[in-house]
Ligand binder design. Structure first.
Ligand code: KIV
Ligand code: ZN
Length: 513
């Protein structure tokens, strides 16, 4: 058995399924480039048949990424698989990942299919896919809750049809480590052609055990691929967190005995990029990528670390990319330095016009903030006024007044397409007043599900405030993000950004629906 562990990143597919985490094509491309720098083995770029937007995103990633295998999800039918193959045409290395549910519950209640129908459909899907692509992954959805005898029958058949990877999802996060590991082991032992494929684990985190289950699938079950997402992003409680699996396998090489292709110094930059793009904030005490993950607050710990680092540290902060948090540019930096830093961060803007717009925003920021960090640049590039993505609404001006004992007032000017609006309102606070002023003109009818403010760079009031606003309307959930040294302005930007996403009506088919 190989001693190489394949890291299959599904941030852009399963992670993106998390309500509100949906990303634009440009955002996905930016993250895909970072995943390539991180040297994951496979990037699941999306679910090409689910929407035109996702098709285009998979295609753009397949065309741009040269080192890493790019994969698209597809339900087990000819149309989905053909769409995936079409989107992946330009890939240097492509994989089609096809799936169908195999648990009694899913087959009967969701698919309304018999066992024999599911068996036939799985087999035909893999046969069809194999004619289009040499690298085929098959997943029995809700595999962990499926009848093992039936699962063995299906998996043996799809391997015989040419599947190259078999992935066993714990779709609802029901597994516990030992049992999940044994489950994988017994499938591998019982299926006669099991040695022809790579076995993979895919765990959801509903009981907080996704990482532990995945590692048990590797250690006990002999899996050699882990499916995971940056920051554990994903529906409900999320997926298995890439950074935790990677650092566990690396730090405990003595136990796992496995090697990885990952460049761990790219972990924190990837974590930041995903969090800033989706608005899903990383909790401070999150392993590896949380702001406190390497902070020793207690005197005893600090003393110990100063005397000998390994008294309290099992990993080095710089090995996972914490050192990357450096001041990069300032007020006097020129366009070339800015352009070079964009390149180093893997950010590619489409045209010179976009670079000029970004540079203008950068200069504006540098006038108000003396030190510009990588995170500031990433946030700035995410700004729709730079990318022009979905930019129907745009903030033009904002003023607000708040005073102890007085009800706060705000006046906002923004454009909607070619029309300019000015509105004013009072509110419980200046943010509330600003958003009410906008809403008095837009009348979106959207319900606000989340409002949060974070400092983009740690620990100082000089940092830019990054605001996330989550809106829901008609079953659609979108996140808007805005950054500015003034958090009232950041809030208005975030609100308009969410409205822009609601305005661009992309619908998609859910993978597990
Ligand atoms: O969790 C799951 O079952 C999935 C499959 C589509 C692989 O994400
Ligand atoms: Zn999943």
């Amino acid at each position: 058995m190989s001693d190489q562990l394949i890291i299959f990143d599904t941030t852009l597919r399963d992670g993106e399924q998390s309500p509100g985490a949906s990303m634009t094509r440009e955002e996905k491309l930016r993250i895909a480039r970072q995943l390539e720098r991180l040297r994951v083995d496979v990037i699941e770029a999306g679910f090409a048949a689910s929407s035109n937007g996702d098709f285009e995103a998979v295609r753009a990633i397949a065309d741009a990424i040269r080192e890493t295998c790019v994969c698209s999800l597809a339900r087990a039918n000819d149309r989905d698989i053909s769409r995936a193959a079409e989107a992946l045409k330009g890939a240097a290395r492509a994989r089609i990942h096809t799936f169908i549910a195999t648990s009694e519950l899913h087959m009967e209640k969701k698919l309304r299919m018999t066992r024999d129908q599911v068996f036939e459909q799985a087999r035909q899907a893999v046969r069809f896919a194999r004619n289009l692509c040499a690298d085929i992954e098959f997943s029995p959805e809700d595999g962990y809750r499926s009848d093992p005898d039936f699962l063995c029958r299906v998996l043996e058949a799809v391997i015989a049809e040419g599947a190259t990877t078999i992935n066993i999802p714990d779709t609802v996060g029901y597994a516990v480590p030992e049992l999940y590991g044994e489950f994988i082991r017994s499938l591998r032992e019982r299926i006669p052609n099991a040695d022809k494929v790579v076995w993979s684990v895919h765990c959801h985190n509903d009981l907080g055990m996704a990482v532990a289950n995945s590692l048990a699938g590797v250690k006990i079950g002999g899996a050699r691929q882990v499916e995971c997402t940056i920051n554990g992003l994903g529906e409900r409680a999320g997926n298995c967190a890439l950074e935790e699996v990677v650092m566990a396998v690396r730090t405990r090489r003595d136990y796992f005995g496995l090697s990885l292709n990952i460049d761990t110094t790219q972990i924190v930059p990837a974590s930041r990029m995903v969090s800033q793009t989706t608005g899903f904030v990383v909790q401070p005490n999150k392993a590896v990528v949380g702001a406190n993950a390497f902070a020793h607050a207690s005197g005893i710990h600090q003393d110990g670390v100063l005397k000998a680092r390994d008294t309290y540290e099992i990993m080095r902060a710089e090995d996972v990319g914490w050192a990357a948090n450096k001041i990069v540019l300032g007020k006097l930096s020129g366009r070339n330095a800015f352009k070079q830093r964009l390149q180093e961060l893997g950010i590619q803007l489409e045209s010179e016009g976009d670079i000029n717009a970004a540079f203008a925003r950068f200069k504006d920021l540098a006038d108000r903030k003396s030190e510009i960090f990588d995170e500031d640049i990433i946030a700035l590039i995410g700004d729709e006024s730079v990318t022009h993505e979905h930019e129907h609404y745009r903030l033009l001006a904002l003023s607000q007044h708040s005073e102890t004992g007085e009800r706060p007032q705000a006046a906002v000017t923004f454009s909607a397409g070619d029309i300019e609006y000015s509105a004013s309102s009072d509110g419980n606070g200046p943010v509330d007043a600003s958003l009410k002023a906008i809403e008095s003109k837009v009348r979106s009818g959207a319900e606000m599900m989340l409002y949060s403010v974070n400092a983009i760079t740690s620990g100082s009031t000089e940092s830019q405030g990054e605001v996330t606003v989550r809106l829901q309307r008609g079953g659609r959930v979108v996140n808007g993000i805005g950054a500015d040294p003034d958090i009232v302005v950041a809030s208005a930007k975030a609100y308009l950004s969410a409205l822009n996403k609601l305005h661009s009506n992309a619908e998609r088919v859910a993978a597990q629906g």
